[in-house]
Ligand binder design. Structure first.
Ligand code: KG4
Ligand code: ZN
Length: 342
């Protein structure tokens, strides 16, 4: 392989870990294109993601989405310096579609392949929002699979301060949505309903243990289920909007509080965030207000870069490119990857 590292390489990012087939092109931290095809509407009919349907949808879309990303970036594939692709965590069949495509492209063009951990992609989304962003910073990560407060000391070194002991925040939103007869994915629907209600229904404490950063969503979910069932059994009137608002503030206030505490404890002056739940308007407002009050700089990715996308995969690809971390063509897809490896 003929390889000379560049300061601002042209990187194609590909994401296919769940139900979005996405491709994006960046030059350095400049985003040139950002394409997405989603099978979420089909999946919604089943109340969740059906792996086989997701894999087929990726296989049908990947060629066209990548072509669109290159076209809208105004570049041809021969100009690319690297291909970054999600290799995990996610649905194996879905991941393999993007990974195989990326391998073929990288091999054919004689350029490096960069396997990206999806969660690190969510962390890297903030780099696109603020091209001057550099560690150290605290990140609030809240997605369908993970919820944690992380401290990034250097580009290649982060540690988990704490997080959920059971369900992830997004998972809790999806489960509560089901109880409230809202469609999948539940987060945006719970948020919309919560806007019409008031947080007046008592909810359990989120924090586990004394102080610290660990919290539990499973108790919160059970409290919502019990409240709804009891009201229905007794034939009492209850407000779906109030339940949504009460759940939402219980689920999200703790994240804001612990993120600010994390910054105070580590001395980090900058806060970033990533993952689908960060698209939540209530959370964005609360986090913005709390950071302003604490004198912290907040770098909040646009909503489109909080939920799954390929721009963040390209952004993490750039981090790895600059570190010289490339992947062999034998790289395999992984269903799960521990939050911090090594
Ligand atoms: O990051 P993401 O797109 O996929 C994973 O990597 O998991 O996150 C998806 C999760 C889902 O659970 C979805 O319900 C939640 O993010 N989500 C939201 C909102 N938008 C998406 N949760 C709360 N409020 C939202 N507006
Ligand atoms: Zn994600």
């Amino acid at each position: 392989m003929n390889f000379t590292p560049k300061q601002n390489p042209l990187i194609l990012g590909i994401e296919s870990s769940c139900d979005e087939t996405a491709a994006a092109v960046i030059r350095g931290r400049e985003l040139l294109s950002d394409e997405i095809a989603s099978s979420a509407a089909t999946q919604a009919k089943f109340g969740g993601v059906v792996p086989e349907i997701a894999s087929r949808a990726h296989a049908e879309a990947v060629d066209e989405v990548v072509a669109r990303a290159l076209k809208n970036a105004g570049v041809c594939k021969e100009e690319l310096d690297a291909v970054a692709v999600t290799y995990g965590a996610g649905l194996l069949g879905a991941l393999l579609v993007g990974l195989s495509f990326a391998k073929g492209l990288a091999y054919g063009l004689g350029i490096p392949l960069i396997g990206v951990d999806h969660i690190r992609g969510h962390l890297a989304a903030a780099y696109l929002e603020d091209p001057s962003l550099e560690p150290p910073f605290i990140t609030l990560l809240a997605s369908g699979g993970h919820t944690a407060i992380l401290y990034t000391e250097r580009a290649d070194k982060f540690r988990v301060l704490g997080g959920t002991l059971d369900d992830a925040a997004g998972e809790a939103f999806d489960k509560v949505a089901r109880v409230l007869s809202l469609p999948y994915p539940g987060g945006p629907h719970v948020e919309a309903l919560a806007r019409e209600g008031r947080a007046v229904v008592p909810m359990p404490k989120m924090l586990k243990g004394h102080g610290g950063y660990d919290f539990s969503y499973s108790g919160l979910k059970t409290a919502v289920i019990n409240y709804v069932h009891t009201k229905e059994q007794k034939g009492e009137v209850w407000s779906r909007a109030d339940v949504a608002a009460s759940f939402q503030s219980a689920a999200l206030d703790i994240l804001v509080q612990k993120t600010v505490e994390g910054a105070r404890e580590t001395g980090a002056k900058t806060v970033t965030a990533g993952g689908g739940v960060i698209a939540n308007g209530y959370l964005r407002e609360r986090l913005t207000a709390a950071c302003r009050e604490a004198g912290l700089k907040l770098v909040l990715p646009v909503k489109k870069h909080c939920t799954d996308n390929a721009a963040m995969i390209a952004a993490e690809g750039l981090v790895q490119y600059r570190l010289g971390n490339f992947s062999p063509l034998s790289l395999n897809a992984e269903a799960s990857i521990p939050l911090v490896r090594g």
